[in-house]
Design a protein around this ligand. Structure first.
Ligand SMILES: [Fe+2]
Length: 453
């Protein structure tokens, strides 16, 4: 046995794509992937001629001159350059997909609101026609703020593609399964997972299991990133390895096709004669990603009191003010409650940020009734909220033994900007008119005498 043979005998090859087939692990990694051998240039980005006759093209997600630790871009090697994937534009109307600023004079956004799940109908709805904007915040033209949407999808996009120049989309499924066939690969998504689709990325959404319903946070501003953990250290909360970016996948398909572009809050279509999903190989750190919310490792109080809900932040999109997010995506999932002598549900509060919540499944501890899977609630800037009477009484009087909060997964899109209701949210969506009454029966217990009451 010569020396070389001995080394081989001791070595076992790693899988090329990580441990989840079709995906590469990591958040914001510098990935590289090719669907055909040798399609990805090595050692340089822009060779004089690319293998297979591919065209090299850069997609930038940050300004060229962004600080290097924030700089994001991806080099694509594709069958046609993107200039072949758009032609002349025609404006179209998607009246239910609304962008900020959208302050409807006939709608009162000041108030605590809650909605049942928006029901499905027989109407055929795609990712584009099935998007229902609930709230908008900030201004899409100045790239600050967000919109929250609910999607109802029961029809696949066929020869129909989309990209948003306005925003990255954080997708939170609640029902059904969807496939996002993107320029950079394929993401299959189901409830208890989330996906982030970057600004400018072309994709098509197909229905794997219908009907599909879920929530979308449309982020006009700086990209989502992982929150700093501070003294928590290098582990727990959302861990980088649990984020999955798809491997390269391409279509070489000629067919009359439509590309819809969202740009400055308006929608436009353009007609082409082929699939734009033609990236054979790519490398870079600007790419779609999905994440299994069941891998989120919550950290919390282990003796008394509880920290602010920011302890449950999965992703944060910064604003220009340090520590004040354009959007925080916060997850309330199963966890143990062990705090002694503590009122365990969320306390009563008023918040300078505005909070759009959604229920993925189960029951939320501050609202045992009424906040249903698929449902949403809005607690806007500086509007008080907190546990209802039932939750307060139970939490004030129950024996405080260690207790598992089970069968629960809710989330919050929290933004520094006030959220304005759309006409759909105020007039068409199943608004619970009596939500405000959930605090009505809370009684005054103070009578001037000391003692716990
Ligand atoms: Fe709150």
């Amino acid at each position: 046995m010569n020396k070389q043979t001995k080394i081989e005998a001791l070595t076992q090859a790693a899988t090329p794509f990580g441990t989840t087939e079709g995906y590469m692990p990591g958040f914001g990694n510098d990935f590289e992937t090719e669907a055909l051998p040798g399609a990805l240039p090595q050692g340089m980005n822009s060779p004089q001629r690319c293998n297979y006759g591919l065209y090299g093209e850069q997609l930038t997600g940050t300004a060229f001159t962004a600080p290097s630790h924030q700089n994001e871009r991806t080099w694509c090697y594709r069958i046609r350059p993107s200039v072949k994937h758009t032609h002349r534009f025609k404006k179209i109307d998607l009246p239910y997909w609304v962008s900020a600023p959208n302050v409807d004079p006939d709608v009162i956004s000041l108030g605590q609101y809650r909605w049942d799940a928006v029901p499905h109908s027989d109407e055929k709805l795609t990712w584009l026609t099935g998007m229902r904007t609930m709230t908008t915040a900030g201004d899409v033209n100045t790239q600050v703020g967000m919109a929250s949407h609910i999607y109802l999808v029961n029809e696949s996009m066929v020869d129909d593609y989309f990209y948003s120049a306005d925003s990255e989309l954080l997708v939170v499924p609640q029902q059904g399964r969807l496939r996002f066939s993107t320029e950079l690969g394929i993401i299959d998504l189901e409830p208890q997972e989330i996906a982030v689709i970057p600004r400018g990325l072309v994709y098509r959404v197909e229905v794997i299991e219908e009907p599909a319903r879920g929530f979308v946070c449309e982020n006009y501003g700086q990209k989502f990133e992982l929150p700093g953990r501070g003294p928590i250290g290098a582990n727990c909360m959302a861990n980088r390895r649990d984020f999955k970016t798809p491997v390269a996948a391409f279509e070489d398909r000629d067919a009359p096709s439509t590309v819809t572009v969202k740009w400055c809050g308006q929608f436009h279509t353009t007609e082409i004669d082929h699939s734009p999903l033609d990236v054979v190989a790519w490398h870079g750190n600007y790419a779609p990603v999905k994440y299994d919310l069941k891998t989120y490792c919550p950290v919390g109080a282990i003796l008394f009191d509880h920290p602010d809900p920011s302890i449950f932040t999965v992703l944060t999109a910064p604003s220009g003010v340090p520590g004040t997010a354009n959007i925080d995506f916060v997850l309330f999932r199963e966890r143990w409650m062990v705090m002694e002598d503590t009122f365990r549900p969320p306390w009563y509060h008023k918040n300078v940020m505005s909070e759009m919540m959604g229920n993925i499944y189960g029951q939320y501890d501050a609202k045992p009734q009424g906040f249903v899977p698929g449902g949403t609630s809005l607690h806007n800037m500086m509007l008080p909220h907190g546990p209802d009477r039932e939750a307060f009484d139970k939490a004030s009087n129950s024996e405080l033994k260690p207790e598992k909060l089970d069968n629960t997964m809710s989330f919050m899109f929290e933004t520094r900007f006030p959220q304005h209701l759309t006409a759909f949210a105020a007039k068409e969506a199943p608004l619970q008119d009596d939500y405000i009454d959930c605090w009505k029966t809370i009684e005054k217990k103070f009578d001037g005498t000391p003692g716990l009451k």
